[in-house]
Unconditional design. Structure first.
Lengths: 136, 404
């Protein structure tokens, strides 16, 4: 069993088509919707955690891509602009998964682990220099 | 054996001064003892980098043709109102100023994307800034409107002047209510969800000189990447705060008013910040050199996080209502561990002040002094001490009754 977090972008002509449910039906995958925003006549975005047999996860992702859905690993979704970051650490007690954390308690250096990030975006506004960016 | 600042400066000029940071001195004193440390070390550098709302800058933008008198009119920099109650072309811009059309907290929590602090950062970064003036005409200043791009390099003067910076210690903010609150100490999650603090602790300038023995009016400091000076005590200056046995204040206590040439500063160290639901502020880097004149001063600079205590305060009720309740005291070693205990609950901590950058500032100032690029100054006058009676009073409100 593997678990992967992915960001899906649905082209606007696909929004009214049922697509994601087939991940369960055809590939036996478990999915957890971490975030979704679907607006009529615009692109739709969804952050999914997919769990299942590795080969089935791969097939499921291929199926999504065949349907015209763009699939990106979640790691690309939230980025810290380290040029702007002041290393204060205001984000670390806001981040629910420990993706933003203090790397070294002596230097109090702030770090980001994209693997742990669920793209909840709770950190975006509490960051005083607004150094955390959402990329789709 | 006592040293003088003049002797230390001689050593700095010869490149022989022994300079260490306020972090490094802790180990030196532990290993070698106070007497030896005071003998060997000449200067200890302290630093801090955090949001300092009581900051701002003033400018003289030069006379237009025909001339205009902004004084008494209105002036805006990138749409952010600047104070124009001075002469014709002098303006003061405060860090917390907001555009008049900013939605503020109409929809909570407000975003506060751009304000005075950001304009100051953009100016320092060398970006063009839009200046608009609306005023009345006079015989000698006939022009009423001005709308132009300006750039820091063309200004006659651009001066950072902060009425209150470098707070000696500060509150730890928590939230006892059952909803998230948005404060100048960051976002506070309900039911003691997190605890936010704002001090560089053992690296913070005034915690390394708790009785201001060496820091006073005229002290040359590292300010925003350039050179600055202490010009006065900061506002809300309170030497009466309760202290530990070693003299370290356990509450927000003394502060500094500082000044420096904005043109020589760097946007890395003069940074506009947005505090969601609260407003705009300015992070300002401050580095202070402390001359190790004797053992007493060596003792003060060897203070470490475990010895610096601060109050935990509920920002959902006690703070806004001006109630004196303190939920407990914690030290900076506990705060920096990432978790403190309040009312039997383990609470994760965050800092609003950057310890990581404070270290860089202390290191940068240390290198400058070692290279002979930064000499120390004698203070011209002392700041008020405990004996002065100076304190931080609340407003004595005397409501005005409307006559009917």
């Amino acid at each position: 069993m593997v678990s992967r977090k992915i960001v899906l972008t649905f082209p606007k002509e696909k929004i009214d088509k049922p697509i994601v449910y087939r991940l369960i039906r055809d590939f036996g995958l478990i999915f957890n919707i971490l975030k979704a925003s679907i607006t009529p006549d615009q692109e739709g975005h969804m952050v999914l955690e997919l769990t299942g047999e590795n080969s089935e996860v791969e097939k499921g992702i291929k199926y999504l891509k065949d349907q015209g859905v763009s699939v990106e690993p979640l790691a690309k979704d939230i980025r810290v602009n380290w040029e702007e970051c002041t290393q204060c650490g205001a984000c670390v007690s806001i981040c629910p998964t420990g993706a933003l954390y203090i790397k070294d308690r002596k230097t109090m250096e702030v770090a980001f682990d994209p693997e742990k990030c669920i793209a909840c975006e709770l950190c975006i506004k509490p960051c005083p220099p607004r150094a955390i960016e959402v990329h789709f | 054996m006592a040293k003088t600042i003049a002797e230390i400066n001689e050593k700095i000029k010869k490149g022989q001064a022994v300079v260490v940071t306020a972090e490094e001195i802790i180990e030196i004193v532990e290993k070698k003892g106070l007497e030896q440390a005071a003998k060997e070390v000449d200067v200890v550098t302290a630093g801090t980098f955090g949001p300092m709302c009581s900051s701002g800058a003033y400018f003289n933008f030069g006379h237009s043709k025909p001339k205009i008198k902004a004084g008494g009119g209105k002036a805006y920099l990138n749409n952010v109102p600047a104070y124009a109650g001075w002469a014709a072309v002098d303006l003061y811009l405060g860090a917390t100023a907001l555009p008049e059309d900013d939605p503020c907290n109409k929809i909570r929590p407000g975003e506060f994307a751009y304000g005075g602090g950001h304009v100051i950062e953009d100016l320092v970064a060398g970006k063009d800034i839009r200046l608009q003036v609306e005023t009345y005409g006079t015989d000698c200043y006939p022009r009423k409107h001005l709308d132009t791009w300006i750039n820091i390099k063309d200004l006659n003067e651009a001066v950072l002047f902060n009425p209150r910076n470098a707070y000696q210690n500060y509150n730890v903010a928590v939230n006892l209510s059952n909803k998230t609150i948005y404060t100048y100490l960051g976002v506070l999650k309900p039911n003691l969800g997190n605890a936010n603090y704002c001090s560089a602790g053992q690296l913070s300038p005034l915690l390394n000189d708790p009785f201001l023995k060496t820091i006073g009016i005229g002290t040359r400091i590292w300010l925003g990447g350039g050179i600055g000076y202490v010009v006065w005590q900061g506002t809300q200056f309170n030497p009466q705060a309760p202290r530990t046995e070693k003299g370290v204040p356990k509450r927000p206590a003394q502060t500094l008013a500082v000044i420096g040439d904005l043109k020589k500063m760097s946007p890395q160290w003069v940074k506009g910040v947005s505090l969601v639901g609260y407003g705009v502020s300015l992070c300002v880097g401050i580095g202070v050199p402390i001359p190790i004149l004797n053992e007493e001063i060596a003792k003060y600079v060897s203070v470490k996080d475990e010895e610096i205590w601060c109050p935990v305060i509920d920002y959902s009720e006690s703070y806004p209502q001006g109630k004196p309740e303190v939920l407990g005291e914690v030290n900076y070693a506990q705060l920096k561990s990432g978790e403190i205990e309040i009312k039997g609950k383990k609470v994760p901590t965050s800092s609003l002040s950057s310890y990581n950058k404070a270290r860089l500032i202390a290191e940068e100032l240390k290198q400058k002094i070692k290279k002979g690029e930064f000499l120390l100054t004698e203070k011209v006058a002392d700041l008020p001490g405990v004996e002065s009676g100076a304190t931080f009073k609340p407003l004595k409100e005397r409501p005005v009754k409307e006559e009917k």
